[in-house]
Each structure stands twice: as structure tokens, then as C-alpha cells.
Design a protein around this ligand. Structure first.
Ligand code: SF4
Length: 913
């Protein structure tokens, strides 16, 4: 190992299910540098904007540093004793079903293993569920129905040899950027690669699509049933595969045919062009190497499991599974959703892919764990669990590393449930989340950079997450906290773990129970059962099954032998039909979709600490079609109220043709800590898929109304402020401080006075200026300087173009000079301050810099933008957005005359002047 290499520690990215390998190095100032791990087979050294910014998110800001009992600081011994006693007393009084654990895909596999062991093995209840229920439990259900096991059959490498890739229910470009980049590179290299995107929205993923099918929400089952029907009609089925290796085809086909009487009718149902539909079907029928990637757009639905099986049906029917370059491919949202599925984090699985209702499995696990209390039936799934809390059936809940108040549907009900629950324990690394507010006991857990263990990514590859930094306060690993509580509940022998490596070894052994050869269950880690401390410490990525330890990268596909884990060993077709969901309502005529944006993650507890990531999209918004906006007299950037039966939120309108009429989209990330009223889960109802229990988070009926207010302000501070007195506020992290956007029903003058009272400025220089603008509205400008540094500043008026004030984002980080003071008071922006909203987070290039390059330097291609501005030369996640800016930027006839060049992306013409 070279000296340079020895300074870098290999670990895994904290975010999505791609599971990219990172390398981290700590400098003398204590700052963490991050780079991609070139040897990791998930990303080969590449990282997206979120991964690259990991080093900026490890500050101790907002950390929970000590155990707290009823709001009072405690120590570990008292807190652990208190939790153990309260759980034991509740179980003694009301039985094991009266307690529950709600855990997270952010936990490492070792954490997951011990928490599952405690609940199912020793408390004796199945009441442990994970926020992965919200992410891909419909896929788990679909896999188990079709394959008899929760198995992702393929590898990322399949994208390199696929000739057709269907991306459905996934904005891969923003949610799994490194996989998207891999596919984009293939698209640039290979003319024969045909990409279809199926999504009601035109997202950045469409930038590489040959065909975009913007189907109506919730019609996916009909689309794939139509495909199965077409394959049968065109005699494009693999009859041998169907006959020899599968069961249930006839019933599935009959069901499919009922949804697809003819393509004309089907196209009407789906809301797509008939020719486009036929083109999709013909390409699928004629392209052997086809991969279908799918994600939350498929899973988060009342018919999520059926959608999954409708996709898998088409792959089984064509024998396109378990072979290079083909297969159904679920990509998970969270870094360790797969690890949780493996060890039994879901309420309806026992452990290590062994199931409830299997007497032999029950016996083996009882012996293995040396317990007589192993749960005999599945526990409550997430939504049902919180219903049971609300109904008083569950009296003690322990929530780990997740924020259900913000992420589960119908937040008001979740809050009511937590308020009623006699004991709410929350272990988290963050002190103030929407959920910790309702906790009786808070337990400080380690954060991503402090934890050590393993995670499994979407292609079944287990990677080490390594400890990079010491923990602040007395934060501890989750597995340690759980084990210590278990010991105090009387289960010392079973939880006497000294190190996470011991837990992993026990889990690896469990996968071999009656399965030494891996023929009973595909989840088999026999090659890792003999790992010693050194082996665990130095473990390189391993793709399961692991027969012998993998010293080189392997690419394994499951079901290559056409043997499945069903009783007959055959794959199962599942007969599914479109469930018409009535989505028409006079009062709530729009369908609200929700999802992630490029640079934020979940509830922003980490990404919200990075000013780079915060600069991409600075406010919660609702994307709305121009005609829907016009009907409500809404203009771009207006503040609007989104209302549903459950609740309301206030966000900024973003009018775009990328949204279909009648449908709107809003991101999931903002919550009480970052905005006054922008939690989408206040709006969503708690409908779930009847098979998987996964909530239907993508089709809430809403209306949208323009919100009228009397004043607006933009405020820059070095401190977090309590702005609850204002009607609307949103917080954005900027370098050295925060930028708040505020709107209120008070007059601008009163708003300005309120802001000054809140800021409590004393002993410094005040710069203040009030004037009227060209539309005769009063503008109040204020800045406070202390020790030659700007402390805070605001601009308030009746109406502000807050976007035109984006230059404020960088002011706190710049040396204060006369020109900045002048800009703060006059509002006239020059030089570096003028680059506008950041598009390229890596290179910090703003939209104005890009549009200037287009208009003034004639940069009409991505390559020339890269060359002129540096934008897009980092992780590349912003390239689709830059392509859209090139498309959208108006340019003059003179410029058209100068150039005949076209905007190209991946060799595909995007815009012809
Ligand atoms: Fe992290 Fe981005 Fe890789 Fe996902 S794609 S694991 S967020 S670097």
C-alpha cells in the first residue's frame, strides 16, 4: 500500500441504494475529504453530488449528545435501565404484542440483526418494521410471490450489455445518479441501446430516453398486462421457459388480456399515444437483452405488488431472467434497505430469508438463538403499527434512525399516536427532528461517519462501512444500544456482543441453517462464517451468495439455473389486473405525486447541512402544468396552498410543461425543521397496498390555490432563528449561515420591525435603507455589521422576486467590502454575486453564468458549456438540467445566424435552432 493510499479509508456512501464505495481522508484541520473508490464495483470511483458532499455533512450541528429522559439530561446507565424496565413492565402487564420497534434502512446490517433478534427472538413479537416498508416492500412481496424468495436476480453490469432498458417509476437521474451515469455512458457508446422511460412526469431521466411514455398515474399494471398480451399475440414468448420452469401462465394471460382488449383502448386508459405504446411493445418483443429498472413509482401504490408482478410476468414469459443483460431490477431507495430485508427487518419475515409459518425454520432459529420465545406470527406493518399505537394497543414504541412524523402518510395521525403512547423511545443522531419532539426518552446514536458495520446495495453487494470520525458527546452504535437494553431485560447471553464483527459472523452462520449448499435459500454467506476480526476489518465488497470469500469482484445472477425457491422450484406467474382507482373529485381535482430531488435526501438532516447541496433547489415547490396554473390564476414562483382531505402545505409554484395537466409534483424533503408548512405527509392519506402494506404516497387528490399575503422578506443570518410568528418561512443552509425566505400577512413595515426585534442586534454598525421601487412599493433593506463582518441582513417588501436575491446565498462567506455593503443597501448586484441559482453543485456554477455562456459565448452544447464554465465537469448529475437550460434559453436571430449547431446530449439532438 502506498503512503498516499494508506491515508484514505474505504467506506460506503450514506445515501441511495446504488451503494457507491467512497474513500475518506481526514486532514490536519479535522475536515473530511471524500472521493470515489475506484475499486468499488458499484461506482468505479464516481460519485454524485450528494456523495461528493458527504464531507460537508459530518459537522456536529444539531447532534444529540447525551441520553435524555423526559427532557432531562441523563447518562447511559440510567437511560438504558429506564428503557429496559419500561419495556419489560409493559410486556409483563400487556403481553409482547403491546410493544413495537420502528427502525430504518439507515441502520447497518449488524444493527438490524440485533434489533430483529431482540423483538422476534426474545420479546416474542413480530412487531418490528422498518421505513423500508415505505420504500420497496411491494417489491419484496412481488419477489416472494414470483420467485419464492426476496431476490434481486441481476447485477449493475447488466446495464452494460442490455440492448433495451425500461426505466419505470424512477427518476434515476436524480435518485440513483451513478447508475444513471453508467447507463448514459452506455447510451453514448452504443447505437443499439434503446431506452424507454415510463413516468407521468418528464424528468431529467428522459434526457437519455428514446421513448417516454407518460402514463396516467396508477395504470402501470395495464401497461405491462398489455405487454404480456402483445408478446402472446406476436408469438414472442419463450414457450420452453413457460412450460418447464414456471407455473400459472394461462391465468396471468387471461387477466392480462382483460386489461388490454386492443391497443387503441389501452392507449386511452394509459393516456398515451397508441403508436408510442406499440413501439414500446415491439421493441420489448424483439429485444432479448432487456432490463426493466423500477423503483418507488412502482412500489408506493395501492397496487404496488401487482405492478411488480406485472413486470416480472413479462420477464418470466420471455425467459429474460438470470442471464447477462436482462431481468427485472428493483433499485432500492436507502443505503441498507437490502440489508434490512436480509436479516428480517420487515414485520412479516422471520430472519435471514426464513419465513413465518415454516415449522422447520421456527425450530432452527429457536435453537440457533437459544430461545423459547421466538415469535410465531408476523407483526404489524408500519401503517398498522402506528394505528395500533393510536388505538392504545401498543403502549411502548422504540423508533430508531428514522423520522416517521415526516415520512409516514397522514402525519397528523402519527403525531396523535405518539402523543398518546405512554412510552416513546427515539434513538437518533439528531436532537431535534419532527419525531424526537414526542419522545419520552432520547438515546444518542452514532452518525454515518462514526458507524462501523456492513450494508447491502441493490445488486446484493455487501460492503463495509467504516468508522471515519470519533463520535461527539456519548453517542454509541445502534447495535450497542440495543444489546445493552436487551441485557438489562434479562437476555445477556444472547446479546453479549463486543464488536460488530461478532454480530456479522453470527448472521453469516444463520444464513447456513439447513442451507450449507445454498440450495434451500439463495441468501447464503457460508464463505464469510469464518471471518476473524482482521478479515472483517479488511472485508472487500462481497456479492451474495458468498460460497467462498470473494477476493476479486464477481458478477453473479440468480436463477441462471432456472430453479426458484417456490415449493415446485418453478417461477410463478401472478394473475393481476388493473385496479381502477377513482381519482376524480370536484373539490380535489389534481393528483399529487411526491418524490426526491437531486441534491437532497429524506428529511435533510444530513444534506441540509451542506450549502452546496442546498443551493440547487432552495425552496419546496409544486410543479404544475401551465393550464392548471392558469385556471387558478397562479404565476410562476407564486406561493400556493396545496390542500387535501388530510391537511395543507404552503409552497412555491413551479410552472412547467414537464408536468401533465391534472397532475402535480412536490418533493418530500422539507419539514418542520426547514419550513413552516411543507411536509407532504400532512397531505397524504394512509391507503396501503393490501399485499405489501406499502403506503400509496404518489397519488393524493389535492387542490391548489394561490396564497395571498401582504409582505415578503429574504433574511440572511449566522444563527438559526425561530420564525414561527411568520405565516411562511423556509430555511436554506448557506456558507457560514442560513438564508430564510419569509412571507406574511402583516405589512412590509411590520414585517421589517418584527425581523429587527428577532435579530436582537447590539453594538455594531447598522446599514439601513428604505426606498420605493419602480412599482412604487416600499423596500426595506437592512444589514448589521459587527467586527467588520456581516452578521445578518434582510430585504423586505410587499412582493419580492426572491429568486433575484439568490446572490445573498454567498455573501456571508465573502470578505465584507464596500462593494458588498453597497449591494446590500442598493440591491444592485455585480460581479461574483450575480451568478444566480446554483446548477452545478460540484463546481458552484450558477444559472446566470450558464445562460450568459449560451447567449454571449454561443455555448449551445454541453461540451462547450463544460469548457466555458466548468459546470458539469464534477459528478455530472447536473448535465440533464444544463441541457434543459440550453433548450429553454432564448437567443436572438443574430445568434441563430451565427451558428447552425444543435444542442446535443449523448449524441441525441435536443434542440434545433
Ligand atoms: Fe451516494 Fe450518489 Fe452513489 Fe447514491 S449514487 S450511493 S447518493 S454517491
Amino acid at each position: 500500500m502506498t503512503q498516499e493510499n494508506s491515508l484514505w479509508t474505504k467506506s460506503t456512501c450514506a445515501y441511495c441504494g446504488v451503494g457507491c464505495g467512497i474513500e475518506a481522508s481526514l486532514d490536519a484541520k479535522g475536515e473530511l475529504s471524500i472521493r470515489g473508490d475506484k475499486t468499488h464495483p458499484a461506482n468505479f470511483g464516481k460519485l454524485c453530488s450528494k456523495g461528493l458532499a458527504l464531507g460537508e455533512t459530518v459537522s456536529h450541528e444539531g447532534r444529540l449528545l447525551h441520553p435524555m429522559i423526559d427532557g432531562v439530561e441523563s447518562n447511559w446507565n440510567n437511560a438504558l435501565q429506564h428503557v429496559a424496565m419500561q419495556f419489560s413492565d409493559t410486556i409483563e402487564q400487556y403481553g409482547p404484542e403491546s410493544v413495537a420497534f420502528y427502525v430504518s434502512g439507515q441502520l447497518l446490517t449488524e444493527d438490524y440483526y440485533v434489533v430483529n433478534k431482540l423483538m422476534k427472538g426474545f420479546i416474542g413479537s413480530g412487531n418490528i418494521d422498518t421505513n423500508s416498508r415505505l420504500c420497496m416492500s411491494s417489491t419484496v412481496a412481488g419477489h416472494k410471490r414470483a420467485f419464492g424468495s426476496d431476490t434481486v436476480p441481476g447485477c449493475y453490469e447488466d446495464l452494460d450489455t442490455a440492448e433495451m432498458v425500461v426505466i419505470t417509476g424512477s427518476n434515476l437521474a436524480w435518485c440513483h445518479p451513478i447508475l444513471f451515469q453508467r447507463l448514459k455512458t452506455e447510451k453514448e457508446k452504443r447505437d443499439n441501446l434503446f431506452i424507454v422511460v415510463i413516468d407521468p412526469r418528464k424528468t431529467d431521466t428522459c434526457s437519455i430516453a428514446d421513448l417516454h411514455l407518460a402514463i396516467r398515474p396508477e395504470t402501470d399494471v395495464a401497461l405491462f398486462n398489455g405487454l404480456l398480451t402483445h408478446l402472446a399475440e406476436q408469438k414472442k414468448l419463450d414457450s420452453d421457459y413457460i412450460q418447464s420452469y414456471s407455473e400459472g401462465f394461462d391465468a396471468a394471460l387471461i387477466s392480462a388480456q382483460q386489461d388490454a382488449p386492443n391497443t387503441k383502448k389501452l392507449a386511452d386508459t394509459l393516456g398515451v399515444n397508441e403508436q408510442d405504446l406499440i413501439s414500446f411493445y415491439q421493441h420489448f418483443a424483439n429485444t432479448k437483452n432487456t432490463v426493466t429498472i423500477y423503483s418507488q413509482g412502482v412500489n408506493q401504490s395501492m397496487q404496488g405488488s401487482n405492478k411488480v408482478n406485472s413486470i416480472i410476468n413479462c420477464h418470466i414469459a420471455t425467459g429474460r431472467i438470470g442471464k447477462p443483460g436482462m431481468g427485472p431490477f428493483s433499485v432500492t431507495g436507502q443505503p441498507n434497505a437490502m440489508g434490512g430485508r436480509e436479516v428480517g427487518g420487515l414485520a412479516n419475515t422471520l430472519a435471514a430469508h426464513m419465513e413465518f409459518g415454516d415449522a422447520q425454520a421456527h425450530h432452527m432459529i429457536s435453537e440457533f438463538w437459544q430461545t423459547e420465545q421466538l415469535a410465531t406470527k408476523p407483526g404489524l406493518k408500519a401503517v398498522d403499527m402506528f394505528d395500533a399505537i393510536n388505538e392504545g394497543k401498543i403502549k411502548a414504541v422504540w423508533i430508531m434512525a428514522t423520522n416517521p412524523v415526516v415520512s409516514l402518510p397522514n402525519s397528523n395521525k402519527i403525531i396523535a399516536a405518539l402523543k398518546k403512547c405512554p412510552l416513546v423511545v427515539v434513538s437518533d443522531c439528531i436532537a431535534k427532528t419532527a419525531t424526537t419532539e414526542y419522545a419520552n426518552v432520547l438515546l444518542p446514536a452514532q452518525g454515518w461517519s462514526e458507524k462501523s458495520g456492513t450494508v447491502t446495495n441493490s445488486e446484493r453487494r455487501i460492503s463495509r462501512q467504516r468508522r471515519l470520525l470519533p463520535s461527539p458527546g456519548v453517542a454509541k452504535p445502534d447495535w450497542w444500544i440495543i444489546s445493552e437494553v436487551a441485557k438489562r431485560m434479562g437476555f445477556s447471553k444472547a446479546f453479549n456482543f463486543l464488536h460488530e464483527g461478532e454480530i456479522f459472523a453470527e448472521y453469516a452462520k444463520m444464513t447456513t441453517l439447513n442451507n450449507e449448499d445454498g440450495l434451500t435459500r439463495d441468501l447464503n454467506l457460508i464463505g464469510l462464517t469464518t471471518l476473524d476480526a482482521k478479515g472483517y476489518s479488511q472485508l472487500t465488497p462481497q456479492q451474495w451468495p458468498v460460497k467462498t470469500i470473494q477476493t476479486e469482484t464477481v458478477q453473479q445472477r440468480l436463477f441462471a439455473d432456472k430453479q426458484f425457491f417456490t415449493p415446485s422450484k418453478k417461477a410463478q406467474f401472478i394473475a393481476v389486473s388493473l385496479m381502477e382507482k377513482k381519482l376524480d373529485s370536484d373539490e380535489y381535482p389534481l393528483i399529487l405525486n411526491s418524490g426526491r430531488i437531486r441534491d437532497h435526501w429524506h428529511t435533510m438532516t444530513r444534506t441540509g447541512l451542506s450549502s452546496r447541496l442546498g443551493a440547487h433547489i432552495t425552496e419546496p415547490y409544486v410543479a404544475i402544468h401551465p393550464d392548471d396554473a392558469k385556471a387558478q390564476h397562479i404565476s410562476d414562483n407564486n406561493l400556493v396552498a396545496i390542500n387535501s382531505v388530510q391537511g395543507a402545505m404552503l409552497v412555491r409554484a413551479s410552472i412547467t410543461q414537464q408536468q401533465k395537466m391534472g397532475e402535480v409534483f412536490t418533493p418530500i424533503h422539507w419539514n418542520k425543521q426547514t419550513a413552516k408548512s411543507a411536509n407532504v405527509c400532512h397531505l397524504t392519506n394512509d391507503d396501503t397496498d393490501p399485499v405489501s402494506g406499502q403506503p400509496a404516497l404518489k397519488s393524493t387528490q389535492v387542490n391548489i390555490k394561490k396564497w395571498h399575503y401582504h409582505s415578503e422578506a429574504i433574511l440572511l443570518t449566522r444563527e438559526i432563528l425561530d420564525l414561527s410568528l411568520f405565516d411562511y418561512w423556509v430555511k436554506q443552509k448557506v456558507e457560514k449561515g442560513y438564508l430564510y425566505r419569509i412571507a406574511d400577512n402583516r405589512t412590509p413595515l411590520v414585517l421589517s420591525e418584527n425581523l429587527q426585534s428577532l435579530l436582537k442586534n447590539q453594538q455594531g454598525k447598522t446599514l439601513q435603507f428604505s426606498s420605493t421601487d419602480e412599482s412604487q412599493q416600499m423596500i426595506y433593506r437592512y444589514a448589521f455589521v459587527q467586527n467588520q463582518q456581516l452578521n445578518n441582513a434582510y430585504v423586505a417588501s410587499e412582493q419580492l422576486s426572491t429568486q433575484s436575491l439568490d446572490w445573498l446565498q454567498s455573501v456571508l462567506d465573502l470578505p465584507l467590502d464596500n462593494s458588498i455593503e453597497k449591494t446590500l443597501i442598493s440591491g444592485i448586484v455585480e460581479g461574483k454575486l450575480a451568478q444566480g441559482k446554483i446548477i452545478c453543485a460540484c463546481k458552484q456554477v450558477g444559472i446566470n453564468t450558464i445562460t450568459n455562456a449560451i447567449q454571449e459565448q454561443g455555448c449551445y452544447s454541453l461540451d462547450s458549456i463544460k469548457e466555458c464554465t466548468g459546470a458539469g465537469t464534477g459528478c455530472g448529475s447536473c448535465l440533464p438540467e444544463i441541457a434543459t437550460i440550453i433548450e429553454d434559453t432564448p437567443f436572438t436571430m443574430a445568434q441563430q445566424a451565427i451558428t447552425k449547431s444543435t444542442v446535443t446530449l449523448n449524441g441525441v439532438e435536443q434542440y434545433t435552432p
